[in-house]
Design a protein around this ligand. Structure first.
Ligand code: S3P
Length: 174
């Protein structure tokens, strides 16, 4: 166990398809600590996919669930928290997570995000005629929020091992 993360969480934020899920899995494995995900918890509790929740109950309902789960996770310690892309764009969410966690922004370009999400339909916000333009617009609004993370880690190529190594390196120096 790395001393700096005792009694803390590790919080991964960033845009959709920035590598948070794979990175959080590998990081939790390497550190031998529990991993949780806001999206997966919502899907398990609601018994349906995020896309279906957006479709049947709407985005405000999803955001309300998300805020509740963020508070639950932020009140615990010893977790790697994989945050859905909208979590840290909400200031109250991010403030709560930062109180108990060391946060990392996985920073990926619009082009890398577009390459990874092309042809998929599981992210309702990107099911639009011009997804690359939508990614650019949303990222421009969200990037300043994500940058309030304690650390920024570059995540443009698909090398999750490198992202995990970078995070572990930072944690050891913390
Ligand atoms: C969202 C990101 C998604 C998911 C939902 C909304 C967003 O999570 O929470 O589709 O607002 O950016 P990922 O970042 O894991 O794709």
């Amino acid at each position: 166990m790395i001393d700096s993360i005792k009694n803390k969480n590790i919080v991964l934020v960033g845009f959709m398809a920035s590598g948070k899920t794979l990175t959080s899995r590998e990081l939790a494995k390497r550190l031998g600590i529990e991993r949780v995900s806001t999206d997966e918890t919502i899907e398990t509790r609601e018994g349906c996919s995020i896309a279906d929740i957006f479709k049947t109950k709407g985005e405000p309902y999803f955001r309300q669930l998300e805020r509740g789960i963020v508070r639950e996770f932020a009140s615990q310690t010893g977790l790697v928290i994989d945050c859905g892309g909208g979590v840290a764009a909400n200031e109250e969410n991010f403030d709560a997570l930062k109180r108990t966690g060391i946060s990392f922004y996985l920073n990926a370009s619009p082009e890398a995000i577009h390459r990874r999400t092309k042809g998929r339909t599981d992210r309702p916000l990107l099911n639009v005629p011009d997804p690359l333009e939508k990614i650019r617009q949303l990222l421009a609004v969200r990037d300043p929020h994500y940058r309030k993370a304690d650390h920024v880690v570059e995540s443009n190529d698909d090398n999750i091992g490198k992202v995990v190594d970078d995070i572990l390196h930072i944690l050891k120096a913390h």
